[in-house]
Design a protein around this ligand. Structure first.
Ligand SMILES: [Zn+2]
Length: 159
């Protein structure tokens, strides 16, 4: 592995501060890692501009790249094109489901604003669920309750 590859791998392995089961690469917010002469330029697109995790992600990216040998790290935040939940990788979706977080729907028509009327319960699979609050532990997730098994679960918001 070259020094540049080692830095890229280290940055790709940074966990998302709000969804630590996923790496920033799996979540799709890591857009690019460029390394030249030990200097890394990392481009990230936050899940949405109100997400307070952006600063934490930048700090973690800098720490990871430096520990992998980068002499200098620049984190660029790019807001356009906007992140969409379609950027979550297949592995990322599986990990979300395994963590009991309902993954956002796939294959939404592009440009359409999705209002999720029913979210399937990740515990028992029942579609008989309702939204309990718009925000749960973080602004990026909403809290749902299942009428079948009475479990509450977090749904990662689609954007
Ligand atoms: Zn359920």
């Amino acid at each position: 592995m070259t020094a540049a590859e080692a830095i890229r791998v280290a940055v790709e392995a940074v966990p998302d501060p709000e969804l630590p089961v996923l790496t920033i690469a799996e979540l799709g917010i890591l857009r690019a890692v460029m390394v030249r002469d030990g200097r890394a330029v990392v481009t990230v697109t936050p899940t949405y501009s109100g997400c307070p995790a952006t600063e934490a992600i930048a700090a973690d990216v800098v720490a990871a790249a430096k520990s992998a040998g980068a002499s200098e790290v620049e984190v660029r935040t790019v807001l356009a094109p906007a992140w969409t939940s379609d950027w979550i990788s297949a592995d990322g979706r599986r990990k979300l489901a395994a963590a009991g977080i309902a993954p956002p729907p796939e294959n939404r028509p592009s440009g359409a604003v999705t209002v999720a009327l029913s979210v399937r319960c990740p515990q028992c699979g029942s579609p008989d669920t309702r939204q309990q609050s718009r925000f749960s532990s973080t602004a990026c997730k909403s809290l749902w309750v299942c009428a079948n098994c009475r479990e509450t679960f977090e749904h990662f918001k689609a954007h």
